[in-house]
Design a binder for this molecule. Structure first.
Ligand SMILES: *Cc1c(COP(=O)(O)O)cnc(C)c1O
Length: 225
């Protein structure tokens, strides 16, 4: 199957209200162009340099989502065009995104990455730390970002009950955070959860944005890029 057919098949399987982010990391601009020609507009990358290069070669109406670990010194490079930064896991990153978006006269949507997997990872807020950050309230004065929701990655395991549990925790955190901090703010509406291997499980738990790479573009080859 080619990219267009795989896209079509995945799209037709998504319930209404679930957005599809095509994760194009490691794939060529030509592959992205194929997906674009098939109507796809949301693309996700996890390396700033790579995303900047692809952005320069591809149509302006693509919505670029950064899904990698956010290094504060690299926010400046993507600030002129990135739509959504999905991996925000510190107040400092929010602050720097706000500063760089301001310099570019833009507003950038940020998702709060929550650590829901059992695996140790340096990335993602622990839910209680995320809530503490929000309670401190300084983020409310940042006018060039909007907090659009949460994102999470489940454990790398075949135990789908475990995965389902983790996605449920993410959705519960989303609802709690929305209730406490965003009740009046409709911009806070995204639960970004689910990849090629677990997106159906994520959707059942409440995901509103799935991030699919392999299922659209095929296996990634990290060696020849
Ligand atoms: C690579 C990646 C994906 C997509 O993974 P697939 O298994 O290829 O669908 C989704 N989310 C993040 C954060 C990623 O880094």
């Amino acid at each position: 199957m080619d990219i267009a057919s795989r896209l079509k098949e995945i799209r037709s399987s998504l319930p209404e209200g679930v957005e599809l982010l095509a994760v194009s990391k490691t794939h060529t601009a030509e592959a992205i162009r194929e997906a674009y020609d098939a109507g796809q507009r949301l693309f996700g990358e996890n390396k700033v340099q790579e995303m900047v290069a692809k952005h320069a070669q591809l149509p302006e109406d693509i919505e670029w989502h950064f899904i990698g670990h956010v290094q504060r010194n690299k926010i400046r490079q993507m600030a002129p065009f990135v739509s959504v930064i999905q991996g925000i896991d510190s107040f400092e990153s929010l602050q720097e995104t706000d500063r760089q978006a301001g310099i570019n006269g833009r507003c950038i949507t940020c998702l709060l990455q929550l650590h829901i997997a059992v695996e140790e990872s340096k990335f993602g807020f622990r839910p209680e730390d995320c809530i503490r950050m929000l309670e401190q309230g300084e983020w409310r004065s940042l006018s060039h970002i909007s907090i659009g929701g949460v994102m999470g990655m489940a454990s790398m395991t075949d135990d789908m009950e475990q995965v389902a549990h983790e996605f449920t925790v993410l959705a519960d955190c989303f609802r709690l955070i929305r209730e406490r901090f965003f009740r009046e703010d409709e911009r806070f509406h995204i639960i970004s959860a689910g990849m090629s291997g677990d997106y159906e499980t994520a959707i059942k738990a409440g995901s509103s944005m799935v991030r699919i790479g392999t299922g659209i573009f095929g296996e990634r080859d990290y060696t020849n890029k």
